[in-house]
Design a protein around this ligand. Sequence first.
Ligand code: XMP
Length: 320
Amino acid sequence: MGAFFDAEDFISEALDSIKSQVDPQGKAIIACSGGVDSMVTAALAARAIGDRLLAVYVDSGLMRKGETEEVEAMMKHMGINYRIADSADEYFSALKGVTDPEQKRKIIGERFIRIFERYARESGATYLFQGTIAPDWIESGDGVRDTIKSHHNVGGLPADMNMKLVEPLRDLYKDEVREVARILGLEASERQPFPGPALAIRCLGEVTPEKIAIVREACFIVEDEIKKASKEGKCELPWQYFAVLLPQRSVGVQGDKRAYGYTVAVRAVTSIDGMTSNFSPLPMDVLGKISVRITSSMKESVNRVVYDITSKPPSTIEWE
Ligand code: XMP
């Protein structure tokens, strides 16, 4: 990867490969999450097969602040066929009472496939494009390593699914996908990675609309403060930066009263491809601002903020 990768060559080979995999009249569907992987895949697919591609954005209710609007704007700008699947209720009821991380991932993966099947049936698509990249399948234990996490892009494809899978980015690493995105002129090229299971795996334990609202706001604050600090030259923009809501409550003080609230962990890492990472050495004043902003904007629910100072390995980037 990296030095020997030629993005222009990759694009022309990928277009030929897609054309050879999809029948001349064949219709296809893709889930666009707004992340660089799915947007590059959609752009390549649309270039190769045009209007025969339908892009579906699943609004799971687990996405970041303003994300649905942003992704819709990107799809419009790309000029592709798209639909928005409003599915928050479906996800929250499927996740009710579930606390095990792997089970959460499996449920989310399955929901996603079921919703897709509905759209695929309606559209007559017989091909499913996915933005799977190399670390996704390596880490999902495709015979290479033990299963660390069931990645959303890989797990849960039911045996009876009547669509052929097309994965043009399967051999690429993240930095290579970004290079391709830049050449294709996609706004998604500089977006930080965001996992398929979305905020559900940043909300440890049971996922509820209330907890998702907390972690969504905390993620927004972390992103906003770190972007600001990087623009002011206080730090490099980390590879990935977000908040995690812990299920354990702890004692604090609010005014002169005892508080018993949740803890938010801030995670910011440097990495090349997500396979390994180090925690970012963020300046203390940036961390301090994040802490004050989170605890003051969510007084009722959060009274403690901590910074995750582990590298991968031994931890992983996401907490679930
Ligand atoms: P971990 O937590 O495994 O994450 O160190 C490595 C990178 O992968 C992202 N990630 C995912 N991406 N589907 C995805 O598309 C997933 O299920 C998933 N889980 C983790 C994570 O955000 C990090 O960038």
